[in-house]
Design a protein around this ligand. Structure first.
Ligand code: GLU
Length: 505
């Protein structure tokens, strides 16, 4: 068979916020498409009107915009396989439902919910399949006249696939290998409902993958149970030759590894499971997002990429384009991936370190503004360059380095007790004079002059430096002392020392 053009799709249902597992699915599709010079399609699967949530589609699109995942085709992206919203494709599905009815691969069923309920009560493990379908009310058990009369009467019905029992259905999965399932365990799934004139997920999904010329279906493990039915549907339509290859991605597990990751795990341990903050339009409940929690999008993508895949060596930090080169479905694992959110924090830390100081400063400026200060950008960039290796989130920069921008008004009591000695006030007054007299206030020159003064006076270097730090910072933390005084400048440094002397005596 000729090589097909790689065409993959991310096909969320707009039922709420996009789960972080969905983001990983989209990312793997993205990497696969880019790697093969293929197309990535964004399709909205909104045929289940009961589960439709307003705002969910925009939310999903905003999430990918933030993450920097671009689609080639689909809702809001255009393309010539549209429309890409399933609710806008009713007529298309109708045609294909009729095709299955005409060639006997599907049938019409009139059983009401009450009748189905009664059957379930009557038969243990009831399943609508070959063993019971002749005892139900459908176009196989009723005469053509009866069926026509019921439809003419306006009775609601569904269309079910007619699954032949006792046949081994093979799903070739690029990650899991051959998955074989006996058709007898499958039920005659509903493909279409007359009530809303809409297909179910299964039919719409297969018809669209076919019409949109999808070559590979890369999706979460939760869809693996549907795969045999999907294979049978391709066959029922006579589309075996262009059936996409399947790849079912491993589950994301709780950080402890016991069971599927849920929003509750995030609430319990304090990490988001959604890319952006989400407000449930019904309950008003607000769930946190990676963006609002202060994660960099590139760190989130790198973190997610390694949940279920590895490049075959121990390289962890990878840009999107590096991942694109290295990605390989055959290196995806079958077993679930523990959601090690602390690793996510480590990635954020690492990406902040790698980011140019100017870019980190750009992100820090709004936080400074929130605190009521607007320092010169150049100063912020220098400070950030000195301090960024100490934080995992941009907002932590405030605690780490606010003293560069605001003079201490109080002095940490414990530190003061330990580090402000009998003679500190006198020594600091001298130091202020020494510093005030320095022409060249560079780090090196300050250090040279101050050290010479200490040696000349026979002072204890540690004591001087400790008191000096307390005076400038207000506590015992911070980088190299002369870096601090250099950034503060001579005037501010001297003023802070004098103020400390006054307050601490
Ligand atoms: N609409 C399904 C979902 O919400 C798509 C499953 C698939 O990719 O086939 O995930």
């Amino acid at each position: 068979m000729a090589e097909r053009k790689v065409r993959v799709r991310f096909a969320p249902s707009p039922t709420g916020a996009l789960h972080i597992g969905g983001v990983r699915t989209a990312l793997y599709n993205y990497l696969f498409a880019r790697q093969h010079g293929g197309d990535l399609i964004f399709r909205i699967e909104d045929t289940d009107s009961n589960r439709f949530v307003p705002g969910a589609e925009e939310y999903i699109l905003d999430s990918f915009k933030w993450l920097g995942i671009h689609f080639d085709e689909g809702v809001t992206f255009g393309g010539n396989h549209g429309p890409y919203r399933q609710s806008e494709r009713r007529d298309i599905y109708k045609k294909y439902v009729n095709q299955l009815l005409e060639n006997g691969k599907a049938y019409i069923a009139f059983d009401t919910p009450e009748e189905l309920e009664a059957k379930r009560a009557e038969i243990a493990n009831f399943q609508y399949d070959a063993s019971v379908r002749m005892s139900m009310r459908n176009s196989l058990s009723l005469s053509k006249e009866e069926v026509d009369a019921l439809i003419a009467d306006g009775k609601q019905y569904v269309v079910r696939i007619k699954i032949e029992p006792n046949e081994d259905v093979v799903v070739n999965d690029l990650i899991r290998g051959e998955v074989i399932i006996n058709s007898s365990i499958l039920d005659d799934k509903v493909l279409y409902k007359s009530a809303d004139e809409l297909p179910t997920y299964h039919l719409a999904n297969i018809v669209d993958d076919h019409l949109m010329e999808v070559s590979h279906v890369i999706r979460g493990e939760e869809w693996l149970p549907s795969a045999p039915l999907h294979v049978l549907l391709y066959r029922a339509f006579g589309w075996e030759d262009t059936m996409p290859a399947f790849a079912h991605l491993p589950l994301l597990l709780k950080p402890e590894g016991n069971g599927k990751l849920s929003k509750r795990d995030g609430d319990r341990l304090g990490f988001p499971v959604f890319p952006l903050q989400w407000k449930d339009p019904k309950t008003g409940e607000v769930s946190s997002g990676y963006r609002e929690a202060g994660y960099l999008p590139e760190a989130v993508l790198n973190f997610l990429a390694l949940l279920g895949w590895n490049p075959g060596n121990d390289q962890e930090v990878m840009s999107l384009s590096e991942m694109t080169q290295l990605f390989n479905l055959s290196r995806c694992s079958k077993s679930g991936a523990k959601f090690d959110y602390k690793k996510g924090i480590w990635f954020n830390h690492t990406y902040i370190q790698q980011k140019p100081n100017e870019e980190v400063a750009e992100l820090f400026m709004p936080i400074l503004k929130e605190h009521g200060i607007e320092p010169a950008f150049e100063k912020v960039a220098i400070v950030v360059g000195m301090m960024k290796d100490r934080v995992s989130f941009i907002r932590e920069l405030w605690d780490a380095c606010s003293f560069f921008f605001v003079a201490p008004t109080t002095y940490d009591e414990k530190t003061a007790k330990k580090r402000w000695k009998e003679d500190s006030a006198r020594c600091m007054t001298e130091l202020a004079d020494v510093l005030a007299s320095i022409e060249d206030f560079s780090v090196e020159n300050q250090e040279k002059v101050v050290m010479a003064w200490i040696a000349d006076k026979g002072y204890h270097t540690g004591n001087i430096m400790n008191a000096f730090r307390l005076a400038l910072v207000g506590e015992g933390k911070g980088p190299h002392m002369f870096d601090i005084s250099w950034i503060l400048g001579k005037e501010e440094t001297v003023a802070r020392i004098n103020r400390a002397v006054e307050v601490l005596k």
